[in-house]
Structure formats: C-alpha cells, structure tokens
Design a protein around this ligand. Sequence first.
Ligand SMILES: N[C@@H](CCC(=O)N[C@@H](CS)C(=O)NCC(=O)O)C(=O)O
Length: 214
Amino acid sequence: MITVHTFGWVPPFAQGLVRDMRVRWALEEAGLAYKVRLIDAETQQAPDYRALQPFGQAPVYEEDGLSLFESGAIVLHIGEKSEVLLPRDQEGRARAVTWLLCALNTMEIVIQELAEIDLFTPDEDWAKERRPLAEAMVRKRLSELAAWLGDREYLEDRFTAGDLMMTTVLQILRHTDLVENEPVLAAYVRRCTARPAYQRAYEAHMAAFRKKAS
Ligand SMILES: N[C@@H](CCC(=O)N[C@@H](CS)C(=O)NCC(=O)O)C(=O)O
C-alpha cells in the first residue's frame, strides 16, 4: 500500500498548496489507492521521520519498503506506473519530464521567491527593495510560458506530469493577480484543475484541515 506523509494542519495561506497535493493528484490520475499519515512539527524533527525526509519536510512517499522525498521525484515515480502522466513513447516521455523540470527549476524558483517575500517577510526593508525585481522576473517568466502555450490546451499535445507540476507551481501565485493577468495561463490552470483527479486530490487534502478545525 502506498502511504503519503504530510501535514495535519497548515495556516490557511498554505492550505491547497502543500506539496502533497502534487503527489495526491498524480496518484488520482494514475488510479492508485493510497493512505495518508498526518504529521506535526514534532514529527518533522523526529529521527525516524528524518530517515525518510532528511530536511523534515512534506511530502514523503512510501511503498513496499521504498521511501521517496522531493515531490518531483515522487510524481515521476508514479508516472512510471501510468501512461496518463508519462507517455510511453520515448520522445513524449522526455518532453513531459522536460516540462516537469521546467516547472520546478525555471518557474518555481522565481515564483517561490516572490511568494516568500509576500507571505513571510513583506515588511522587511530588504524585501521591499527586492520585491519589484522579483515580481518583474515572475511576470517575464509567465509571459514567456503564455507565449509557448498560445492556443494549446496543454504544454504538449496532451496532459502529462509536466502540466500537473506546472499547474501546482502557478498556483503558488494565487495571492496575486499575476496569473489572472495572463488569460492564457489563467485558462490553463482552470482547465487542469477541472480534471476530476485534481478535484478528488484537493478534497482529500482539504478534508484533513477541515477535520482539525471542527
Ligand atoms: N523540494 C521539496 C520542497 C518540500 C517543501 O518545501 N515542503 C514544505 C511544504 S509544501 C515543507 O515541508 N515546509 C516545512 C519546512 O520546510 O520545514 C519538494 O518538492 O518536495
């Protein structure tokens, strides 16, 4: 049985964005059942959790004695089990992996910097100084991505793990209007998140927080 370890509670600004969403969504696309272990701050520090995730972060993925961390690696591993995520032809598969890495390495790096300024340190002098440049870089990347997408429904000729990862990265900007200001990207995120597998993953992800709040 597959087990996903993730947080039992996070503040509202992070709910829906915790990276277990990527893993849950991939598992739903692949049609694989899983269970969830909800962890807290104390568990993050515990040696047995550090043995699974050296940085104490979420998510962790366990399956029959195999444990993985890094959401990108986990989604790729799940992709091995499902053609919905990774095309079986070599070129299609390489392109999907390319977009997954682009999401993490070209887009998320600049998007995460802006999000961290806005959500964690908005009032620091250095952050106020840095923010305009950080936002300009995000705008540039978004407009380049929108230019690639153009009339396409997905990054390639069909949905892949690359779209899954790109969508979750663009969602990090939900506290801004930057994605909405790129109508091609806004429509793309709506298209991807309308997928039944995303909806099921989101419901399950949010259910833990609702339970904790009640
Ligand atoms: N590169 C890692 C990042 C994991 C990550 O940043 N997880 C966040 C939750 S979304 C976390 O655990 N934050 C708490 C911490 O860093 O202590 C991945 O993609 O899995």
